[in-house]
Design a protein around this ligand. Structure first.
Ligand code: ADP
Ligand code: MG
Length: 366
């Protein structure tokens, strides 16, 4: 197994703005690293730099301790599954999968053995005699994956491989990819702009912002619960946020919201050392929809927010509603059996441990 390290990598295309600048990223041997970012953030460019299909403008690419920056793509032993995993329509499934072997002039019996092993691995052995047009989108994807895997590779790169599949097949294929990674253990870099896919698949997720800057590299759990910035918090999940002025309270801080004041007590304050400097100044406060709940009777008023229910939407297993607290409109999730009524007043409670705080300028987490 091979680790991949990008050291201070920059990429500027001729007559284009800089896409990547000073990017540092280490992918452990055997890890499944997801690159998550909006369209145009440079995800494919990073994959192509790892594959050797692009040359960095600055910086180095390492496989283990070996500097491969100047090694040609065909000598890097990298397999790549592209977005639409295009198959050769005039070749059978067997010949599609075997194509890289035929290119390398591997003797036919050996090639057949490898193709069959790979097809079995992906559960598509029965399809070897078929033509691509006879296959479902999910099976076409598996064939493209098998084709990428027949050549022995140190690193597997997947560029939005599920983007063109519809939702139901996408989830099943995602499970296949997870299983494949578990079985093969090959170091994998997986690109997507779908945060649910990233969270479900990644050992770790590297989140790129729209400018191609790495905002955070962490486990799915950490990027969700401890986002490094407002951008990450909003990209890996939903976040209600607004700018507030923190005021000193007797045993913590007050957070004025609408006509209420939430008490951020000492136990929370002590976990956010960066906040102290913002006392009596503006900060951005954020809360995820699932952390705003209908207040139980007896909830201390210092944990309650009062609002007016706006639009209510059914989402099947839960009900989603917009609630206005002063001038702040927030999204709230209710259990299926709690149906808020549009126009009614509502009392919500917030556990201050679930609050997120960010710098008003730049959005770095505090
Ligand atoms: P993503 O995969 O995250 O959508 P890309 O890596 O494809 O982003 O592209 C990042 C930026 O680099 C985009 O602005 C894109 O237009 C630009 N870009 C990518 N490839 C080239 C190229 N070969 N020539 C010029 N600009 C490019
Ligand atoms: Mg791309």
């Amino acid at each position: 197994m091979t680790s991949v390290t990008l050291v201070d990598v920059s990429k500027t295309f001729a007559r284009q703005a800089t896409v990547l600048e000073g990017l540092n990223l280490h992918i452990e041997a055997g890890e499944l690293m997801v690159l998550l970012g909006p369209s145009g953030s440079g995800k494919s460019t990073i994959l192509r730099l790892i594959a050797g299909l692009e040359v960095p403008t600055g910086g180095r690419v390492l496989f283990d301790d070996e500097d491969v920056t100047d090694v040609a793509a065909r000598d890097r032993m990298v397999a790549m599954v592209q977005q639409d995993g295009v198959l050769y329509t005039h070749l059978s499934v067997r010949d599609n999968i075997g194509f890289p072997l035929a290119m390398r002039k591997v003797p036919k019996p050996d090639a057949d053995r490898e193709v069959e092993a790979e097809a079995s691995q992906l559960g598509i052995r029965a399809l070897l005699g078929k033509m691509p047009r006879e296959l479902s989108a999910g099976h076409q994807h598996s064939v493209a994956t098998a084709r990428a895997l027949v050549k022995e590779s140190r690193v597997l790169l997947m560029d939005e491989p599920l983007a063109t599949l519809d939702a139901r097949i996408r989830e099943r294929t995602r499970l296949e990819i997870a299983r494949l990674h578990r079985d093969l253990g090959t170091t994998t870099v997986y690109v997507t702009n779908d945060e649910r896919e990233a969270m479900a698949l990644g050992d770790r997720v590297a989140v790129l912002d729209e400018n191609g800057v790495l905002s955070q590299v962490d486990t799915p759990r950490a990027v969700y619960h401890k986002p490094a910035s407002l951008f990450v918090a909003g990209f890996v999940g939903e976040l209600n946020y607004t700018t507030v002025r923190l005021e000193r309270a007797e045993n913590g801080w007050w957070l004025p919201l609408g006509n209420d004041r939430l008490l951020v007590d000492r136990s929370v304050v002590s976990t956010r050392p960066g906040l102290e400097a913002h006392l009596d100044g503006a900060v951005i406060v954020g809360i995820r929809p699932e952390h705003l709940v209908v207040a139980a009777p007896g909830t201390p008023f210092t944990e309650c927010l009062h609002g007016t229910v706006g639009r209510v939407e059914d989402a099947g297993s839960f009900v989603q509603a917009w609630v206005t607290i002063g001038a702040w409109r927030v999204k709230v999730r209710f259990k299926g059996d709690q149906r808020p009524v549009s126009g009614n007043l509502i009392e919500l409670s917030v556990d201050p441990h679930h609050l997120h705080f960010f710098e008003p300028a730049g959005g770095a987490a505090l």
